[in-house]
Design a protein around this ligand. Structure first.
Ligand code: HEM
Length: 449
């Protein structure tokens, strides 16, 4: 059996620098498309220290997301593993993955998130008061990062104090800078700085978990107070803790990363696309103003209001199609695999990239056109082609959480402010999409009823 076409390049480094450079000049999508054009549906390369096979298309997505667990595992690159820890969901397989994920879902499923819509509403209002009111210009992405981090701190970690949140945020931001880096541990590397920040974040989190344990023992906290107390309270059939301390720690690290950068990018790029598409903006505004009119002044949004935001969510889906926060990801071949007539050797990484189907004109005609109507009939979207949240048993467990926070944030922003774009229209990937000047908007408050 032969290896896929392509070159592994220089050992360890391979094509990592080329891909990272392309992403930083916003040609990452072009870089993977070019590779697909040159080598076809499967090719080999070296990414982030490991030999890798890049596969793409609907069938490839199905193979990656629904693959047989004995063939493909969800291993991250060694830098991600070293920074986030080896017992987070991305690293766990089979029964361990199911056990921890089930515990997660008992907090993140829609039926339990329903009750937190009002709390998210409070965080968004407070954010606008602190960071938008009285301003003429705002840089959206950094603000949305603050907002989504605060929402996570409040709902998932139960950290309410501003000073404590800020301490977390500072170390956390340094930690994520080296997540997609070549794992070289020298004093000046991004990777090394991230590792040091990761150990600081872990010590802070250990302290937080310990405090929550004590509160639970003293019955001063309830199991559903936040995600951490929920994970601490989960019991198996033998009445033992279902999730270990280490798993709780490593998964909080994961949630900080997975749930903060992603949603902030979605909200930011929605605002960007709304300002470039006036008809879509008008339709969103009308939907949101109708909802605002049906509420009393100051009354928080509720679960039922979100059900009326159908058009706004289609706009979010179209934003996720065109600018997916997660560029792609990795799996690990657990054994030699025959794929498309080639060998994927045991121990190699498998790399997927969402833009390959999101921008495929056969699946999404005129893919460069921003058209939320594509999602009017979601059944018309072929399976394994719209994958901003991944798919299969590892589909993003935070997708409902992200939907709620996005809709609540957009509701308040479009009903309270009008805006125009001041920065140019460029963005890069680092590896998340970052617009020029963080998306600088000139804003003006609307008259409140
Ligand atoms: C717009 C927002 C978001 C996007 C686009 C997004 C995207 C994704 C994607 C693509 C994956 C799958 C990666 C893979 O299969 O390799 C994933 C997994 C994950 N996401 Fe999200 N995510 C978002 C928000 C969130 C939020 C808010 C949370 C937490 C509350 C979260 C927590 C997670 C976790 C824990 C996993 C790992 C799941 C597993 O391996 O079982 N995400 N996300």
């Amino acid at each position: 059996r032969k290896l896929p076409p392509g070159s592994l390049g220089i050992p360890v480094i391979g094509q990592s620098i080329g891909l990272l450079r392309a992403m930083r000049t916003n040609t990452g999508e072009k870089w993977v498309r070019e590779r697909a054009r040159k080598y076809g549906p499967i090719s080999k390369l070296t990414l982030f220290g490991k030999p890798t096979v890049f596969i793409h298309g609907q069938a490839a997505n199905k193979f990656v997301f629904h693959g047989d667990g004995s063939m493909v595992a969800n291993k991250q690159t060694s830098s991600v593993r070293a920074i986030l820890g080896d017992r987070n969901l991305l690293e766990l397989g089979d029964q361990d993955h199911k056990r921890v994920r089930d515990s997660f879902m008992s907090f993140l499923r829609p039926e339990s998130l329903k009750q937190y819509v009002g709390k998210m509403d409070g965080e968004v209002r407070e954010h606008i008061e602190l960071h938008w009111q009285g301003k003429e210009k705002v840089s959206v992405l950094p603000l949305m990062k603050i907002l989504t981090f605060n929402i996570i701190c409040s709902l998932l970690f139960g950290v309410e104090e501003r000073a404590e949140r800020e301490k977390f945020l500072k170390n956390f931001q340094e930690m994520i800078e080296g997540m997609w880096s070549i794992p070289v541990k020298l004093p000046f590397t991004r990777y090394n700085r991230s590792l040091r920040a990761s150990s600081r974040v872990q010590s802070m989190l250990k302290e937080l978990v310990q405090k929550k344990k004590v509160k639970l023992e003293q019955c001063a906290a309830t199991p559903h107070q936040d995600l951490i107390t929920c994970l601490l309270s989960k019991r198996n059939e033998g009445n033992e803790r279902a999730v270990t301390d280490k798993e709780i720690l490593h998964n909080i690290m994961l949630v900080m990363v997975a749930g903060h950068d992603t949603s902030s990018v979605l909200i930011t790029f929605m605002l960007r696309l709304l300002s470039k598409n006036p008809a879509v903006y008008e339709a969103v505004l009308q939907e949101q103003e109708d909802i605002a009119r049906s509420k009393n002044s100051g009354e928080p949004l509720a679960w039922e209001d979100l059900a009326r935001m159908k058009y706004t969510w289609r706009v979010a889906m179209e934003t996720l199609r065109m600018v997916p926060p997660i560029f792609g990801g990795f799996r690990l071949a657990l054994k030699d695999i025959d794929y498309g007539g080639y060998l994927i050797p045991k121990g190699w990484q498998i790399f997927w990239a969402s833009n390959m189907t999101h921008m495929d004109e056969v699946i999404f005609p005129e893919p460069a056109k921003f058209d939320p109507a594509r999602f009017e009939n979601q059944l018309s979207v072929p399976p394994y082609s719209f994958i901003p949240f991944g798919g299969g048993p590892r589909i993003c467990p935070g997708n409902e959480f992200a939907r709620i926070e996005t809709l609540v944030a957009i509701h308040h922003l479009v009903t309270q402010y009008s805006w125009e774009l001041c920065s140019d229209d460029h963005y890069i990937r680092d590896p998340m999409p970052v617009p020029s000047q963080g998306l600088l908007l000139r804003i003006a408050p609307k008259k409140q009823k």
